[in-house]
Design a protein around this ligand. Structure first.
Ligand SMILES: *Cc1c(COP(=O)(O)O)cnc(C)c1O
Length: 228
């Protein structure tokens, strides 16, 4: 087994344990392997071990790897990085999910550019849960306005919310941020019953995120090792 396969198996086990701990079905959490900055060759090792969902942050880098890995069947590519308006076409053409939509302008462009002959682009709205000035994401107040807009976009399919909480080692503060996002997710689901994705939890906080209802954890370092 390669190092990546060993770590992938460990992460799967951690997710499984966190689900049992939280009284949840292990199948209720999807593992998104975050492969940004990692080579197509390394990603292929994870694919060979059965991994199918991959997250990328940089459009050009991602598109090159998506093309190199196109011979693999059933891969789902998720765009999770900040979105520049001039990159929306590449995202619409190459990804099946976007987790980082945070403004109408971007949603409008993705909707116009997504080929109507393929499945709609799955969208999570990024929420700025800690209200940090520097961070991207809509505020809790703006979330529902943007959700209503996406709901009217034919080539987009509203799936849920995503957040990158403020970094902290304080478990209480972590839980507070995850619970706040979970609340918004449940409210959004009340309004749009098809909403089924709560994208939260990374290498350092996946168990806490699963405890707060995460349905998709985005794991990079714990699978692929440190990034340069
Ligand atoms: C890089 C990244 C991750 C993965 O973070 P790790 O700490 O390496 O697991 C998850 N989500 C987003 C949005 C990222 O940019």
């Amino acid at each position: 087994m390669t190092e990546i396969v060993t770590r992938l198996t460990q992460v799967q086990q951690q997710i499984h344990n966190a689900c049992i701990q939280a009284n949840r079905a292990p199948s209720s959490v999807t593992l998104l392997a975050v492969s940004k900055t990692k080579s197509a060759q390394l990603i292929q090792q994870a694919i060979d071990a059965g991994q199918r969902n991959f997250g990328e942050n940089y459009v050009q880098e991602a598109v090159s790897k998506i093309q190199q890995l196109a011979h693999n069947s059933d891969l789902n590519w998720h765009f999770i990085g900040p979105i520049q308006a001039n990159k929306t076409r590449l995202i619409a053409d190459n990804f099946s999910w976007v987790h980082s939509v945070d403004r109408e302008k971007i949603a409008k462009r993705l909707n116009e550019q997504r080929d109507p002959n393929i499945t709609p682009l799955n969208v999570c709205l990024q929420v700025n849960i800690s209200d940090e000035q520097s961070k991207s994401g809509v505020s809790a107040q703006e979330l529902f306005t943007l959700a209503d807009f996406i709901n009217n976009c034919k080539q987009l399919r509203l799936r849920g919310v995503m957040a990158i909480p403020e970094k902290t080692d304080n478990i209480e503060q972590q839980l507070q941020q995850f619970s706040a996002l979970q609340n918004l997710y449940l409210q959004l689901q009340q309004r749009y019953p098809e909403v089924d994705t709560l994208s939260m939890g990374m290498s350092n906080d996946m168990a806490q995120a699963i405890g707060c209802g995460s349905t998709m954890v985005r794991i990079g370092t714990a699978i692929f090792g440190k990034r340069d």
